[in-house]
Design a protein around this ligand. Structure first.
Ligand code: ADP
Length: 549
């Protein structure tokens, strides 16, 4: 027997309709650089999205065909999110920080026929255009007076094009399982792999992330979206903010600590989201602001953090400087991305500050609609005891089931997707990521967590950034090397750091050597790029490696 409920498909066009109809005067603010702040409302965003939808039809793009963006977070990118996808066409958001060859690969692999690009990325567009013969037009996201002086096939001006389109459009009632958008994994090894989100998975993800025990996004929030919209749909915030009718603040290219501080202050943001390095830049800037002024300026209560582990110092300083709570989340491109979120339970209200910060360092608990578990090498599920480390697998309503036009690796017959992360789960289901499978250090048959070592090193006040890699050791097979960047103007020795770390980790885990560098390599998504670091140190010999002397 079927239920007797209406089979209304879950479509993202309903989100912008809801925002415009019931939160029509709620603001969307974009920082276009050089002091140019653009303001309009959800109601205006809907009108312009409808103009985009008409433009997409006039370009001859039909449902299922791909259109790409090379763009930062601005209102125009938001209009493409709704205007392109609302027609049934599929938006491929490309990370402009990738190598040009990878950008070209993504445009070709996704068979994108039109590319909307920010003027600041004209150079990249020019570089890749000859490699992308299927792209019919490059559309610059600007006014006619700002058109770049470049030679690109079908070069056109976004504002001129949409000015010629009507803002009357009826969104088609698509099948909710239709493709919505496509994001690519970073491709630190091999070519990037395409993940294709559906309308249904995106609406369910948005609904879940609005929940009180998730990001708790509401109509009273003002959200600074620092996570790029080319990166896993900006953690779904462009969708969840429309669903909730929240104010949305889009920083464009203005991502320095000073700019982020100014936007949080000027737009009275209550929530923001970013990777830990974003919070570090903000804190670096804010440490020079008078403490009382800081508290008056910043009303942010939640700093959503994910993409890599948040160091203890960042959690503590966000609270100390602004009274903000760092809420850690875990996910990946393949999972839309949010799967786990760290929100305390009732029983945690009695924790000491130190214990509570310890809890905040965990990656959180799974959202309903998703499942996570850790498994041993033979595929047996492991105990949820907070200690036993295994390979993390995930499945759920917004977890991908295949890559786009790619061999079917990563999934087992029960639908579990292998994340490539090593983790523990405790009895309450709190997840702790201990490593990437490929980064874990195997020393004398035991495993050492590089993330725990990095976290211990970062808790020393003189360390700005730390990476731990496992390198060959003739006796132990592998041993940890700590590569660290000192805080500006601070002096510290390797021995000081090791003495400090000794208080946080088992003695046999301590790195055999510490090397100080000026900077560490990062991936296009701002994470430590350990593949490059291992290459940089491939000839390194440990001082403890007598066999190699
Ligand atoms: P995202 O785009 O959300 O950063 P990626 O697919 O680029 O996703 O990377 C996902 C990986 O980032 C995860 O498999 C995990 O290794 C790491 N990661 C994400 N969130 C956390 C977290 N809170 N703590 C530790 N590692 C994390």
């Amino acid at each position: 027997m079927n239920g007797l409920m209406q089979e209304r498909q879950l479509l993202i066009s309903d989100l912008i309709e809801h925002a415009a109809n019931y939160h029509g005067d709620q603001e969307i603010v974009s920082n276009l650089g050089d002091g140019d702040i653009h303001r309009y409302t959800w109601s205006a965003a809907r009108s312009r999205s409808k103009q985009v939808a008409n433009l997409i039809h006039s370009l001859g793009v039909s449902a299922g065909q791909r259109v790409a963006t090379l763009a930062w977070n601005t209102h125009r990118h938001l209009e493409l999110y709704y205007g392109v996808c609302g027609t049934g066409a599929v938006l491929t958001t490309v990370n402009p920080r990738l190598f040009a060859d990878q950008v070209a690969y993504i445009l070709n692999h996704s068979e994108s026929t039109h590319v909307f690009f920010d003027v600041g990325l004209s150079g990249l567009a020019e570089k890749i255009a000859p490699q992308c013969p299927n792209v019919k037009s490059f559309i610059a996201l600007c006014d006619v007076g700002q058109m770049p002086d470049v030679d690109l096939p079908g070069l056109a001006c976004y504002e001129s094009l949409i000015a010629a389109c009507r803002d009357v459009y009826t969104w088609p009632r698509l099948d909710e399982n239709s493709a919505l958008s496509m994001c690519f994994t970073s491709g630190t090894t091999g070519n990037p792999k395409g993940v294709v989100y559906s309308h249904r998975s995106t609406v369910l993800h948005a609904m879940s992330t609005c929940m009180a025990d998730c990001f708790a996004i509401s109509a009273r929030d003002s959200i600074l979206l620092i996570v790029p919209m080319f990166h896993v749909n900006g953690w779904g915030i462009p969708h969840s903010s429309a669903m909730a009718g929240a104010k949305l603040v889009l920083p464009g290219t203005q991502l320095s600590g000073e700019s982020v501080y100014a936007m949080l202050r000027d737009e009275k943001c209550s929530v923001s989201c970013g990777v830990p390095t974003v919070w570090m830049s903000l804190l670096d800037y804010a440490q020079n602001v008078d403490p009382e002024q800081r508290r008056r300026d910043i009303v942010m209560t939640r700093a959503l953090s994910g993409g890599s582990a948040a160091p203890r110092r960042v959690i503590e300083q966000l609270e100390q400087y602004f009274g903000a709570y760092l809420c850690q989340a875990w996910g990946m491109t393949e999972t839309s991305p949010v799967v786990t979120v760290n929100v305390p339970l009732a029983k945690h209200s009695h924790l000491t500050v130190d214990e509570r910060v310890g809890l905040q360092m965990l990656a959180g608990r799974p959202l309903p609609g998703t499942e996570i578990a850790v498994f041993d090498h033979d595929g047996n599920p492991l105990a949820r005891d907070g200690r036993t480390t295994g390979q993390l697998k995930v499945r759920g309503a917004w977890v991908s089931r295949a890559y786009y036009k790619h061999e079917h690796d990563g999934w087992d017959s029960d639908g579990w997707f292998s994340t490539g992360d090593m983790a523990t789960l405790n009895a309450d289901g709190f997840l702790k990521i201990t490593d990437r499978v490929k980064d874990v250090i195997k020393s004398g048959g035991e495993w050492i967590s590089s993330l725990d070592l990095e976290s211990a090193a970062l808790s020393h006040p003189a360390i700005a950034e730390a990476a731990v890699i496992g390198l060959h050791h003739s006796h132990w097979q592998e041993r940890p090397l700590l590569v660290a960047v000192k805080q500006q103007g601070m002096e510290v020795t390797a021995q000081d750091i090791l003495d400090h770390m000794r208080r946080h980790v088992a003695k046999w885990w301590l790195p055999d050597d510490v090397v100080f560098v000026d900077a560490l390599p990062h991936t296009a998504t701002g994470k430590l790029y350990k593949v490059a670091l291992r290459k940089q140190f491939e000839c390194f010999r440990f001082s403890t490696d007598i066999g190699n002397a």
